[in-house]
Design a protein around this ligand. Structure first.
Ligand SMILES: Cc1cc2nc3c(=O)[nH]c(=O)nc-3n(C[C@H](O)[C@H](O)[C@H](O)COP(=O)(O)OP(=O)(O)OC[C@H]3O[C@@H](n4cnc5c(N)ncnc54)[C@H](O)[C@@H]3O)c2cc1C
Length: 284
């Protein structure tokens, strides 16, 4: 289908984008890479009167080192994130997850901020951002605020970003030296996961000193597998210990049932993927 008619602006500064957004209110929509928004417009699930393109705002693009965090600009493409050495060194689980995200064409158009703002429960980036304790920097006409990952994902396709706000960057605390694993289960290549698991693990002298594990598509938002994290902490980084901890993977989850699989099936898949992701992260 052809989208409903809309006006289009491509401001060159964040201030101009915010002012266009403030003037248009509910009638405006931000476009980043367009990989999720354009299908929505084409299906006429949304019909904004104004589309505000962030593509000409250079300050929203790039990855930088900021002391104890790396900062990823909202308009940084998945391809850039996937090949950035800072991401690989300090946020290895994001580096792993991006490899599994869609196909090369989409990775060159779609953006880190756009994917997180879209908040698809099956998105590949939500769980890695959640487990690394990402901080989301959101600008509005009244200034800038920072929202912790625990508060950013509100519900299905809903985040803490207000209608008159723009996500500008995501700060990821450095997890240097942590092992990482990302496991994604799909029926069709280059698609969203039926279930996916992100794992980041710190191993000191053969013992797991800290573990962070998260899911996509096991609820309406990305969620942490807290039971597994607790069960892993203090254990030896061995295949047996990981297998025992993974058995609790589905606790506290509320997976959907759909044509790809029912909730029980997803719970089973989650257990298998947690074991594989944590084993990859520990190197056991
Ligand atoms: C065929 C196909 C397969 C895909 N497979 C996967 C997959 O396997 N895994 C996966 O995770 N994703 C997948 N995607 C989605 C892809 O990751 C998109 O890049 C992503 O969902 C949206 O990023 P975007 O930059 O294109 O955002 P857009 O489509 O431009 O925007 C998405 C939404 O976010 C809002 N938005 C964007 N940027 C901002 C901002 N800075 N501040 C506030 N709001 C903003 C927009 O208004 C819109 O509502 C797939 C997409 C397609 C078309």
């Amino acid at each position: 289908m052809i989208p409903a008619q809309f006006d289009y602006v491509a401001p060159t500064s964040l201030e101009d984008a915010l002012s266009a957004l403030a003037q248009a209110g509910d009638d405006a929509k931000i476009i980043a890479g367009g990989q999720s928004l354009l299908p929505v417009l084409r299906m006429r699930l949304n019909a904004p009167e104004l589309v505000i393109d962030l593509g000409k705002i250079d300050s929203l693009r790039g990855v930088r080192d900021d002391g104890d965090a790396i900062v990823i600009g909202a308009m940084t493409t998945h391809a850039t994130v996937g090949s950035d050495p800072l991401v690989a060194e300090h946020a290895a689980v994001i580096h792993e997850a991006v490899k599994h995200l869609a196909d090369a064409q989409i990775r060159h158009r779609g953006t880190f901020g756009g994917a997180l703002a879209h908040a698809d429960p099956g998105g590949d980036l939500g769980a890695p951002a959640l487990i690394l304790g990402a901080q989301f920097v959101i600008a509005g006409s009244g200034g800038t605020r920072t929202v912790a990952a625990d508060d950013f994902f509100v519900d299905l396709f809903e985040t803490a970003i207000g209608d008159d706000e723009i996500l500008t960057e995501v700060r990821i605390p450095k997890h240097t030296g942590w092992g990482a694993g990302y496991e994604k289960f799909v029926r069709i290549a280059h698609q969203w996961p039926i279930v996916s698991v992100a794992a980041a693990v710190k191993v000191d002298g053969g013992t797991i000193s800290e573990a962070r594990v998260g899911f996509a598509n096991m609820g309406s938002t990305p969620i942490r597998a807290r039971g597994v994290e607790q069960a892993l902490t203090g254990q030896s980084a061995s295949a047996d210990a990981v297998r025992t901890a993974a058995a609790q993977a589905a606790e506290g989850t509320n997976p959907p049932s759909d044509l790809n699989g029912d909730a029980d099936y997803r719970r089973h898949v989650a257990t298998v993927l947690v074991r594989r992701a944590v084993l990859a992260a520990t190197g056991a």
